[in-house]
Design a protein around this ligand. Sequence first.
Ligand code: SAH
Length: 242
Amino acid sequence: MNITLDTQKDPMGAAIAEYYAKGKAAKLRVFSSQFYEDEIPVDTLFRDFDEMPPQEQEALRLCRGRVLDVGAGSGCHSLQLMNRGMEVVAIDISQLSVDVMKQRGIDARVVNFFDKTFDEKFDTILMAMNGIGIVGKIERLPQFFMRLKQILAPGGQVLLDSSDIRYVFEEEDGSFSINLAGAYYGEIDYRMQYRGIKGEPFDWLYIDFDTLSMYAEQYGFKAEKCLDGDHYDYLARLTINV
Ligand code: SAH
């Protein structure tokens, strides 16, 4: 798994590049077979510390040592850490985003998190804005934990935020519009579009803390909840069980 994005099919990267160049951007549209059409305001991808949700602010406070910012986008978290004098490497599968990050002075590389040839070691692995989404489906969690073991320095930690999106499917009477015995309800398919640029569909995983915790345990990690967010979201820390 060392796939990176084709620049012609990278709507978010195109949006980030345009916003960085012009200070404004068009609509970044998000489609899913499970939801109505939505939009990511491109300026939020350039948020500073004060504009970040509490779980991201806390994640930044908890970072220590050499940090890997996974799926770093515009590099907003990397920049915050660099301002605090920390050593940061940012990776993303978007060449367009990595180009912007480099222009912002970040040590950014076009790397897919699942690419085993990238095997540098980090004290903190930061996965912000539901960064664990890149796992896509529950069945890929074992691969995720294997990669973490490969790149975590001894005593290292993973900081990630996610959400329990069960509320999306809950009816007013408390019943569920999904089959809770079927595929895990946090497995979402998305497709993005920016101007005429259409991305390929991709899988994105939202995972509730209990499910994360259960899998973490199974694969030799301990999951701790650091913070509850405002809306079914949370910040968690993963460490290797010794
Ligand atoms: N962390 C940033 C951006 C979040 S959007 C922020 O909080 O603003 C998710 C980012 O992850 C996108 O830039 C996307 O290109 C990147 N990405 C998706 N899959 C990836 C993978 N397997 N490895 C590395 N980056 C990935």
